[in-house]
Design a protein around this ligand. Structure first.
Ligand SMILES: Cc1cc2nc3c(=O)[nH]c(=O)nc-3n(C[C@H](O)[C@H](O)[C@H](O)COP(=O)(O)OP(=O)(O)OC[C@H]3O[C@@H](n4cnc5c(N)ncnc54)[C@H](O)[C@@H]3O)c2cc1C
Ligand code: SF4
Length: 481
């Protein structure tokens, strides 16, 4: 701990963003970097706690007080080494993580927590600028072959760990480009694709083999995988969307959020979408059903496309400004948040449920009928009661369903492999991250359900260790879980 009184002298600095009027006219990163003196001050706020609760908050077990102090002392290369010791991709988490570590930071008991996430990102960016991030190909090869199915953060982290342990690793991805939700889910303005491409280049140089358009269980039979590889890591995500089967669901103009976001991300990649399939918010009244992060990504995208109006609907009540009594520190704080997309406009409507979609004679959606609801909570589960005579309509010519995901897709690969599922419909695994099928492992959203990048990386690191042990009898790979 470099500065004993840092947390008394300095306040938490607020993340700066580009002005709204400027950023809604492009797709570039909305955040502005902190200056080095600012970051050093922020690092100095860390108290180097005897029991660093930030560790408890971070699924990766990041060595947070260590690199906070190294930044304060201007030792950036040591800081990136410490960061890479537990996290393959601090660029992804430093940019996109909701930072459960900050929710658990001890300073947060009676002050604002340390700006852990901003410090993490700055260390990563400085390391790339200085050329300190180098490929680390294995020195000794084992001759074992591993297939990783899925190229999201779990697949990429698992592949990098296993390659560094000396195995031949092939990443199979059904999409035409590598990256999973980092490529086709998360919009460019939240994380530019060049950040992902930079890491992919590192993995390729380390010797990881990537195969796009390889849909396991569809154009690539599961039997072939079993024959050609010594182990398989299933990291196929959990992208089966939650539907809203109310009258009018079939109307033109009602889409899943991921259909919309994928198209927009394809445009960012330079693809042309055929007019017949185009989903575009330009000049439209847009309604997003679902108040979470996917909904916020649709909101930011709709504004950039030139929507006339955007409403984001949520069935739950508006969260409190401060932690509720049943959500104490060091739990993740469930409080009202204003994301960068919310700062850009649109209206958030809470405690409403959709009764039906209304269309015109040509089968196009024109409005939706809503009703106000009251939530009741029992054993942590919410139930909703309609408020009598509270229904109203809202005009809409584009409706985006962003109500979460119901788990991994079962047809094809999972059914053909015969893997056991949990009660929630995710892939079951044992304490070594192996499924009920010997040699077949799993990590990320496929076994956890739709979650966070930080969990995907953490689980993949643990599953990689499980695979390495299964193949070699022992493993030196570090694992957080
Ligand atoms: C719109 C959106 C925004 C998000 N924003 C954030 C955020 O800001 N911060 C955050 O922490 N988390 C965010 N998340 C969640 C985060 O993206 C996921 O938790 C994370 O990507 C999960 O990683 P994964 O590798 O397990 O799966 P994914 O990223 O879903 O990757 C799985 C990959 O497997 C491929 N695949 C599936 N089946 C097969 C098969 N049979 N053969 C070949 N390939 C297959 C899929 O095509 C996909 O590319 C967001 C999610 C969404 C939907
Ligand atoms: S809990 Fe907060 S103050 Fe304590 S070591 Fe972690 S980051 Fe520093």
């Amino acid at each position: 701990m470099g500065k004993i009184t840092g947390f008394i002298e300095f306040h938490r600095a607020k993340q700066a963003y580009r002005p709204v009027a400027e950023r809604v006219r492009d797709w570039k990163q909305v955040m502005r970097p902190f200056s080095v003196p600012e970051l050093k001050q922020q690092g100095a706020r860390c108290m180097d706690c005897g029991i660093p609760f930030c560790h408890q908050g971070c699924p990766l077990g990041n060595l947070i007080p260590d690199w906070n102090d190294l930044v304060y002392r201007d030792l950036w290369q040591e800081a990136i080494d410490r960061l890479h010791a537990t996290n393959n991709f601090p660029d992804f988490t430093g940019t996109l993580c909701p930072a459960p570590c900050e929710g658990a930071c001890v300073l947060g008991i009676n002050d604002d927590p340390v700006t852990i996430k901003a410090i993490e990102l700055a260390i990563n960016d400085r390391a790339f600028q200085e050329g300190w991030v180098k490929p680390e190909p294995p020195k000794v090869l084992t001759g074992k072959k591993i297939a990783v199915v899925g190229s999201g953060p779990a697949g990429l982290a698992g592949a990098q760990q296993l390659r560094r342990a000396g195995h031949e690793v092939t990443v199979l991805e059904r999409d035409d480009r590598i990256g999973g939700l980092l490529r086709y889910g998360i919009p460019e303005f939240k994380m530019e694709k060049k950040v992902l491409d930079r890491r992919l280049q590192q993995l390729k140089t380390e010797g990881v083999i990537f195969k796009a358009n390889a849909h396991v269980g569809v154009n690539l039979p599961v039997a072939e995988l079993r024959k050609n590889f010594d182990a398989i890591l299933l990291a196929g995500g959990a992208c089966a969307p939650r539907d809203l089967p109310v009258p009018g669901r079939e109307l033109k103009g009602v889409y899943f959020a991921m259909e919309y976001l994928t198209q927009s991300n394809r445009r960012s990649e330079g693809d042309t979408i055929p007019a017949a399939y185009e989903i575009n918010a330009q000049g439209k009244h847009v309604v997003i059903i679902g108040g979470g992060d996917t909904g916020a990504d649709c909101l930011g995208t709709a504004h950039r496309q030139g929507a006339k109006s955007v409403h984001q609907l949520e069935i739950m009540p508006r969260p409190p400004e401060q932690r509720a009594d049943n959500n104490p520190w060091p739990q993740y704080p469930f409080v009202y948040r204003v994301t960068s997309a919310h700062e850009e406009g649109g209206e958030r409507v809470y405690s409403v449920s959709t009764k039906r979609f209304i269309g015109d004679a040509k089968g196009r959606v024109t409005a939706l009928e809503l009703v106000k609801v009251e939530a009741a909570f029992e054993n942590g589960r919410a139930t909703f009661k309609e408020i009598p005579h509270s229904s109203f309509t809202l005009s809409a010519d584009l409706i985006l369903l962003a109500m979460g995901f119901v788990g991994p897709e079962k047809a094809g690969m999972l059914e053909q492999l015969g893997v056991k599922l949990t009660e929630r419909g995710n892939v079951w695994r044992d304490e070594n991250w192996m499924t009920n099928v010997p040699g077949v492992f799993t990590a990320g959203d496929m076994q956890r359900g739709q979650s966070l990048i930080v969990w995907a990386i953490a689980e993949a690191r643990s599953a990689a260790r499980g695979i390495d042990k299964y193949l070699m009898g022992t493993s030196d790979l570090p694992a957080p879980l």
